[in-house]
Every structure is written in structure tokens, then in C-alpha cells.
Design a protein around this ligand. Structure first.
Ligand code: ADE
Length: 244
């Protein structure tokens, strides 16, 4: 996958050099290209923003600069243009999977009050444009949201995770874990500061372990995410007894 990132702070993206994503880049699975938006601003101050029409606080990013940058980067190609904004569609595991199947993503990081809306309309004519929010809070700009998205998308690319099963068992993964949070996990030693690992995990009984994990996941989902618990489907009698 190719991922172009356009930002006035390309230095925000140094975490993409380490760990899983760093390795995915080194192996050629993920080709990340960083761009300084100001390279497309041609006045002496390299201005990228201006005051909002209609008044109000803050500044808005100028369409001509974004247009020049995106024309150069996309050329005649048709990447998916991802625009992080608190006004966007929620970023979910399903969206991460959908984007992981794309060959080319361009991330346009807004700062200040955001990017002139005509940019999304213009590029919507020639490519898929998705405005995406990573949660109901306001960041200072899209950079951190793009780091979050690239990590979630990048770990789904073929060959990036050592064990493909870890993706299947993820919280929110489609299938058995849909709308379920993962339960607690343990490693050695069996007793630490008087806290023992649950016996069932030491039993070697795969059926019992699976049932226990599901119970824990259900309990955690009800406690921490009643909104998800309300959407659970395919519950058996045992599950229901646990939830009541
Ligand atoms: N930019 C500012 N806040 C954001 C959010 N919550 N999600 C995505 N981009 C953002």
C-alpha cells in the first residue's frame, strides 16, 4: 500500500519509523511518503491559511494550496483521499479494514479550523473522499488522527503481524468478536503478589477456555460499553443469563 501524508508538520510522523509500521515500511509492504504542504505555498511567508468567510474565530486552510499539492501528488491516479476532522464519519475497525484493502491512500492533515470545504467537493469529483473522525474530542490538527489510522490500517496489511490470528481475535473484529471487547489476558508467573491466574486458563481444556474468554468479553462489554452490548447478536441462553 502507498500512503501519502500532507501536513505542515511532517515531523509529527517520526513514530512511523519504529515498531510494526517501521518494519512494514522497511519490507516494502507500506510505502509512506511525507509532504510539507508549505512547499506548495509561493508567497514569502509560505502562507497556508486565511480568515473564515462569515466571520468567527480561527483560520481556514486555503483551497489553492491544497489543490496544487493534491494535483501534484495524485496526478492522474485515483487514491482514496482521507481527511481527518472531528466532523467526519467515525473511524472504526470496519473502516480500517475497508481502507486496508485500498492500494493508495492520501491523508490531508488540516490545522486551525480546517480545510476550505471546496477542496473536498473538488476532489470528490475524481476520487473517493472520506472525512474521518477518530473520536468525539477535538485535536489541534489531523496529524495525530492520521498516526492512529495508519497504525490501525497498517497492522491489517498482509504479513505485517506475525500471527494472523491476532487480527481475528481483536476487539471489534467482524465474526465472533463483533461488538465484543476482548477480555483480560495473563502470562507467567501463575501467582504474582498473591494474584493467581484463573484456574481455567491453566486447565488445558480448550472448550472451557473459549467459554471463559467469551464470558469475560461479554462482561467487559456490558460494563465498559453498554452501547456495544445493546447491539450484540447471536447470543445463546448462557450468554443471556450472564447479561441479566
Ligand atoms: N482533527 C481534530 N480533531 C479530530 C478528530 N477527533 N478526529 C480526526 N481529526 C481531527
Amino acid at each position: 500500500m502507498r500512503a501519502d501524508i500532507v501536513s505542515i508538520f511532517p515531523e509529527y510522523f517520526s513514530p512511523l519509523e519504529v515498531s510494526l509500521i517501521g518494519k512494514a515500511r522497511a519490507s516494502g509492504t507500506l510505502d509512506v511518503r511525507l509532504h510539507q504542504l508549505r512547499d506548495w505555498a509561493h508567497d514569502v511567508h509560505k502562507t497556508v491559511d486565511d480568515t473564515p468567510y462569515g466571520g468567527g474565530p480561527g483560520m481556514v486552510m486555503k483551497p489553492e494550496i491544497w489543490g496544487a499539492a493534491l494535483d501534484d501528488i495524485a496526478g492522474d491516479g485515483s487514491p482514496v483521499l482521507v481527511v481527518p476532522t472531528p466532523s467526519g464519519r467515525p473511524f472504526t475497525q470496519a473502516m480500517a479494514q475497508e481502507l486496508a484493502a485500498e492500494p493508495w491512500l492520501v491523508f490531508a492533515c488540516g490545522r486551525y479550523e480546517g480545510i476550505d470545504s471546496r477542496v473536498m467537493v473538488e476532489y470528490g469529483r475524481r476520487m473517493r473522499v472520506v472525512e474521518v473522525s477518530i473520536g468525539d474530542y477535538v485535536l489541534a490538527g489531523g496529524e495525530v488522527a492520521v498516526l492512529v489510522m495508519i497504525e490501525a490500517i497498517g497492522r491489517l496489511l498482509p504479513g505485517v503481524l506475525g500471527n494472523a490470528n491476532s487480527v481475528v481475535d481483536d476487539s471489534f473484529a467482524p465474526g465472533a468478536m463483533e461488538n465484543l471487547l476482548e477480555g483480560p489476558v495473563y502470562t507467567k508467573p501463575p501467582v504474582w503478589r498473591e494474584h493467581a491466574v484463573p484456574d481455567v486458563l491453566l486447565s488445558g481444556h480448550h472448550g472451557k477456555v473459549a467459554r471463559w474468554r467469551r464470558d469475560q468479553a461479554l462482561r467487559r462489554t456490558v460494563d465498559n460499553r453498554p452501547d456495544l452490548a445493546a447491539r450484540l447478536t447471536g447470543l445463546d441462553k448462557h450468554d443471556r443469563a450472564l447479561l441479566d
